[in-house]
Design a protein around this ligand. Structure first.
Ligand code: FES
Length: 109
């Protein structure tokens, strides 16, 4: 099974199983990684914001315009920011590294 690595806010790296076809958000939830994902992947929030390791960023399929629009609302946006619910695990992404942003805009606040 592919793996991916979440880099937590304190710098801890967590390697977890990442089943094919699941989004990074779903993988995070499966393993109790703290990404909110308020809209459950319907591109209506930015709380699933993750920062993709630069060496992986180019290997992801390009963000859609809708994703870009939502990303603009995310706190701490970086050049390799993406929405976790829009990155779907494929065999090529085995070993993917993403970092949790320092803060997210909680939909409930
Ligand atoms: S979970 Fe809301 S945009 Fe990803």
């Amino acid at each position: 099974m592919p793996k991916m690595i979440f880099v937590e806010r304190d710098g801890t790296r967590r390697e977890v199983d990442a089943p094919l076809g699941l989004s990074v958000l779903e993988v995070a939830h499966k393993h109790g990684v703290d990404i909110e994902g308020a809209c459950e992947g319907s591109l209506a929030c930015s709380t699933c914001h993750v920062i993709v390791d630069p060496s992986w960023y180019a290997r992801l399929s390009k963000a859609t315009e809708d994703e870009e629009d939502m990303l603009d609302l995310a706190f701490g946006l970086q050049a390799t920011s993406r929405l976790g619910c829009q990155i779907v695990m494929t065999p090529e992404l085995d070993g993917l590294v993403v970092k949790l942003p320092a803060a997210t805009r909680h939909a409930s606040k």
